[in-house]
Design a protein around this ligand. Structure first.
Ligand code: FES
Ligand SMILES: [Fe+2]
Length: 339
């Protein structure tokens, strides 16, 4: 059993949580999103977030073209009206008193939830838990959202890229990579169910630290990096500054839309900016520049799949974390196939 490579529309991925929008993007108007090759419509009615397959049971028109009137979503094509539970409550062509066929109802996903400013959807019962990010609920931290990006890319290769440490001096030469050593330091890897963490400490030049300019701290400082991967595509990097104090958290959440398209959400949480919106805007712009460097490579792959078969690629000891990614995803596919 199992599969040799993971595509963006692998059916086994229906059994896990995926980000589909930022919470702020979903209001009373129907909002269409794509996930695993399928369209869903998101909306808020009566203060509650709802999601349905974006396909009217009558003639298949996208419901996201429709309008919301109070609790009711009306299809744009023939005006069928659907209540908050997805049941059809009115068919204009039949007049006001007609019986409504019981099959006239919208299909809801198995799971729908909001976490750290994002909407997550699981089409079928999820095999994996929906992760939390402690800093997102911590008043000392401010969040900064990099605008969501749609790219021709493989969701698996994007996750691989986020965990990869050997590309910094090459891909990120123009941003942070010039100061980085090419040799990947020895790191710790701890598997934890459908998740794992990778951590190491290293020295770096802290050019952002105001105390360096004042001469009260040396330029060469240390930081601890901890990557946390949660299956299938929920990634977090925590950077703790050991001399200067404070920490940066980068969340990277991937939405596999179609066979050749993904949406990428990056959010920063920082406790070292004293609520300075200018510095947060700078940090967000810098992160966007870093992401663009990664996307230059990620959008150029000929085949948009992540190999899961061990022998397809060459692995070195510097690639332990991205090999673990392949292992977790292969196990997830097998678990989904086993039911
Ligand atoms: S297709 Fe929606 S009402 Fe006909
Ligand atoms: Fe990168």
């Amino acid at each position: 059993m199992g599969i040799a490579e993971l595509s963006n529309t692998e059916p086994a991925l229906r059994r896990s949580w995926h980000p589909v929008a930022r919470s702020a993007d979903v209001g009373a108007a129907p909002h269409r999103v794509l996930l695993l090759g399928e369209a869903w419509v998101l909306l808020r009615t009566g203060g509650e977030l709802r999601a349905f397959l974006d396909r009217c049971p009558h003639r298949g028109a996208p419901l996201s073209l429709g309008t919301c009137e109070g609790d009711v979503l009306a299809c744009a094509y023939h005006g069928w009206r659907f209540g908050p539970d997805g049941r059809c409550v009115g068919i204009p062509a039949l007049g006001p008193d007609a019986a409504i066929p019981s099959r006239a109802r919208l299909e809801a996903p198995h799971g729908l939830a909001e976490r750290h400013g994002m909407v997550f959807l699981s089409p079928e019962p999820s095999l994996v838990p929906l992760p939390e990010i402690a800093e997102a609920g911590d008043a000392r931290f401010t969040a900064g959202d990099v605008p969501a990006v749609r790219a021709r890319a493989s969701v698996g290769l994007l996750a691989d890229n986020f965990l990869d440490m050997a590309h910094f001096p090459f891909v990120h030469r123009a941003t942070f990579g010039a100061d980085e050593a090419a040799e990947v330091p020895a790191y710790r890897l701890d598997r934890d169910g459908w998740a794992f963490t990778v951590s190491y400490e290293h020295s770096f030049s802290n050019r952002e630290d105001p105390a360096v300019a004042e001469g009260t701290r040396p330029l060469l400082q240390h930081r601890r990096l901890t990557y946390r991967y949660d299956a299938p595509f929920h990634l977090v990097l925590r950077i703790e500054f050991l001399e200067a104090g404070g920490s940066n958290v980068i969340g990277f959440f991937l939405q596999p839309e179609t066979a050749d398209s993904c949406r990428l959400y990056t959010t920063l949480w920082r406790d070292d900016l004293d609520g300075d919106t200018g510095r947060m805007a700078e940090a967000v712009a810098f992160e966007k520049a870093v992401l663009d460097e990664d996307l230059a490579i990620q959008t150029a792959f000929d085949r948009l799949v992540l190999p899961l078969e061990r022998t397809t690629e060459l692995h070195t000891r510097a690639d332990r974390s991205t090999l673990e990614l392949r292992r977790v995803l292969a196990e997830l596919v097998e678990a989904a196939e086993a039911g």
